[in-house]
Design a protein around this ligand. Structure first.
Ligand code: FEO
Length: 409
């Protein structure tokens, strides 16, 4: 097959793969994905940074062939392979790659090496050189420095800095799950970049927010960011404005939120839905931004992205069998797993519900939100019977207004 490499800097090429059809990545709803890999041509050695998912090797190899052609080189020779992370989306093509270039020096963190041998059994006897922060590889006129980044987002995660070019190959960090025909941040709007970077952060990085702050400080202190020109992640668009990416990560990692409320609701017979809509009107009356998520249809990954930069949430779920209508259980799992309610000053939460007979949803919702770290305004919970009448809809409106005023204070 034919596929072009994209030159992103002198002697540096994007040689990744475009997964136009991906819609789900282990529960993360995606509008397609990219698996970014990069070639750096030194005077003596050529390095390949990262790989692509299984099934994409023909496209990946075609781009590698094209990069060599653009460099005026007839024979493909890869001397150095850097594997920054070993989740499946970045390693599937390694066996096919090694059939083509078996003599590479293979660099990754020590835990990545151990994990890779368990993930891909044919690599059991592959020699791998473990890298620590500050280790370098000389490509001839170009050097790569490794920066271990454990838990950003897995224990094996690593960044690789191409020093002379000022390019940070950050693997998952600073990525976005999108699939676009152009490669750079400047090819898309700022709001596109902010939204998709936030979705990625909320779902995959927020758990490690404290480590994001620490790693940023460590990298500044070591001077790794002094000449930074580009951040080239393994997913999505390449940042030609790296400071924008760093500013966004700093904002979310320190829990800076907008005057924004995310309302999440589900419904059985439209009663809780009516409360949610009225609640939303109350928020809007105060000029506060509100995002509405109908839980039955909104992917959890979208909800988390909005909760991340909201000061408060409202959760409306009807009662079914003495507890909350069940789909909310998935969301609670993600609230707990991502820890996002506890970053910075935390987030407030209120709950509302409609019930037929005994009720029970509110108590359980409040307990679960508290466990997840939300500051639950329990005394403000709204629990109504059957369909809300006008007075009850007004109560929901007033509650939305009250929460908006709290958010503005
Ligand atoms: Fe893109 Fe953690 O894999």
């Amino acid at each position: 097959m034919k596929a072009d490499a994209v030159k992103i800097d002198d002697d540096v090429y994007w040689v990744g793969a475009l997964d136009w059809d991906a819609r789900d990545f282990h529960g993360f709803a995606v509008p397609g994905m990219t698996y970014n890999a990069y070639l750096v041509f030194g005077d003596e050695k050529i390095a390949l940074i990262d790989n692509v998912d299984s099934g994409f090797f023909p496209e990946f190899w075609a781009r590698i062939e094209d990069a060599f052609k653009q460099e005026g080189l007839d024979n493909i020779k890869i001397d150095v392979l850097v594997q920054n992370h070993i989740e499946n989306d970045h390693i599937g093509s390694i066996p096919e790659l090694l059939e083509k270039v078996p003599d590479v020096e293979f660099y990754c963190t020590a835990v990545a090496a151990a994990g890779l041998k368990k993930q891909i059994h044919s690599l059991e006897n592959q020699e791998m050189k473990p890298v620590k922060t500050g280790d370098t590889v000389d490509l001839g006129g170009k050097t790569l420095t490794f920066i271990n980044a454990p838990m950003l987002h897995w224990p094996d995660s690593n960044f690789t800095l191409y020093n002379e070019g000022g390019i940070l190959f950050s693997n998952d960090a600073f990525g976005q799950h999108v699939c676009e025909s152009k490669r750079f941040d400047s090819d898309k709007s700022d709001s596109f970049m902010e939204l998709h970077t936030r979705r990625f952060y909320a779902n995959l990085v927020s758990l490690s927010s404290m480590l994001v702050v620490k790693k940023a400080e460590e990298m500044v202190e070591a001077g790794y960011l002094d000449n930074l020109k580009m951040i080239a992640p393994c997913h999505g668009q390449i940042w030609t404005n790296p400071q924008r990416a760093i500013d966004l990560y700093t904002k979310w990692a320190t829990g800076q939120c907008d005057d924004k409320i995310t309302v999440i609701y589900n419904t059985m017979h439209h009663s809780t839905q009516k409360l949610a809509h009225s609640f939303c009107e109350g928020i809007m009356s105060e000029g506060v931004e509100v995002k509405m998520h109908f839980l039955q249809f909104s992917p959890e990954s979208d909800i988390l992205a909005d909760v991340l930069d909201s000061k408060a949430i409202a959760l409306g779920v009807p009662t079914m069998m003495n507890g909350p209508y069940p789909k909310v259980g998935n969301l609670m799992y993600y609230f707990n797993a991502t820890n996002m309610a506890t970053i910075g000053d935390g987030k407030k939460a209120v709950t509302f519900s409609s019930k037929g007979w005994a009720g029970g949803a509110i108590k359980k919702l409040n307990e679960s939100l508290s466990v997840a770290g939300f500051d639950v305004l329990e005394d403000d919970s709204l629990d109504i019977k059957f369909a809300p009448n006008d007075d009850e809809l007004d109560l929901a409106y007033d509650l939305g207004k009250k929460l908006a005023q709290i958010v503005k204070d």
